[in-house]
Design a protein around this ligand. Sequence first.
Ligand code: UDP
Ligand code: MG
Length: 315
Amino acid sequence: MKKVTIIIPAYNEEESLHFLYERLEKLMNKLSSRYTFEVLLVNDGSADKTHEILVELRKKDERINYVDLSRNFGQEIAMLAGLDYATGDCVIFMDADLQDPPELIPELLKYWKEGYDDVYARRTSRKGETFMKKFTSKLYYRVLQSVTTVSIQKDTGNFRLLDKRCVNALKQLRESQRCSKSMFSWIGYKKKEVPYERDPRVAGETKWKYRKMIDMAISGITSFTTSPLRISTYLAIPTFITLFAYFAYVIVKSVYTSTAIQAVQAIILLQLFFSGTIILLFGIIGEYLGRIFYETKNRPLYFVNEYNGEKETNE
Ligand code: UDP
Ligand code: MG
């Protein structure tokens, strides 16, 4: 019998976990004749009772496993920790807040059985989310797609099933600035889309504030492509053409008409234009420099406090 690992990162999800377990338990029991299950919850340094609840759930049900990280590392790293500790023949990523209905899992499994390696759920609607959030997320996909040649799946979250070989591939991508969405695309393999309606959170509130989403969008783009660096080239060409033309015009005019140049306004405009360009380019360079800085440190991406109640010693 094939083993399925359901990876769920959880950060301050004390209110959601019981609902989550109920829904998962029902599902696992229903499918127990065909698959064995492992639910792998990654406690991402929660400050609430998440850890206690996980200990309690594991006592009740052996299928529940948990990795307790030493602090909050963020969802992306929590997901990687999940991949590292998963033992199944495939993994399914889910949010702890039940926005991704577990009832879709049998359908994901069906396509896996048919031979697909990466079965991802595509949201057709997103209940309980603000217009701004939906709009920005749509825009983000557009931008991300326009700067890269690898095809990005639109309107997908992290809710997806990955075959073991995708898991092994992803485990080898150990950069610290992670953007799972683009990594899923980047590794390739046979993909299948499953549409679904996204539910609102059952409890608690979103951990993705705007500031964090902007951060994620920037690192999504810059970790994936260096094409923003090319902005400098594209901007520099017309800039220099303008500069030479204007320079020639000024010299010629002053020689032939023997008048002083009324240049104050022109200088101000040029000054603004060039400083703007320079600032922008420095920003972009800094972006990549920051990335190099993080990657060259080559630190482990996370530390684990305990796995299923056993203290991790980091030996
Ligand atoms: N999450 C996490 N670490 C964090 C932030 C979030 O592990 O630092 C988890 C969170 O518990 C949830 C999932 O990542 O299971 C998605 O977070 P959330 O529902 O807040 O994001 P949204 O669905 O609003 O995009
Ligand atoms: Mg959510």
